[in-house]
Write a protein that binds this ligand. Sequence first.
Ligand SMILES: [Zn+2]
Length: 77
Amino acid sequence: MIDLRFETLALFWVSTGIVVLLILWYYYDKRQRDFMRAEQMQTVFHCIKCKHIYAEKTAVGRCVCPKCGFENSQLQF
Ligand SMILES: [Zn+2]
C-alpha cells in the first residue's frame, strides 16, 4: 500500500489547482487577444444619407450602407 501523507496530498491538490488556473488564464487571455485583433481589423463607416454607423471586416475605402444602399467612404478619426 502506498503511504500518502496529508502534506503530499495537499501539495498535489494545490499544484493541480495552480496548473488549472494557469491553463484557464492562458486560454481566456488568448481568446481576448484574438477578439481584440478581429475588432481592430474592422473598418467603420458612417452613412451620410441615413446616419447609420456600421463596420465591415473586409471593406477598404468605400462600402455600401446595409440600410439604404448608399456608398460611403471610411470614417476618419
Ligand atoms: Zn445608409
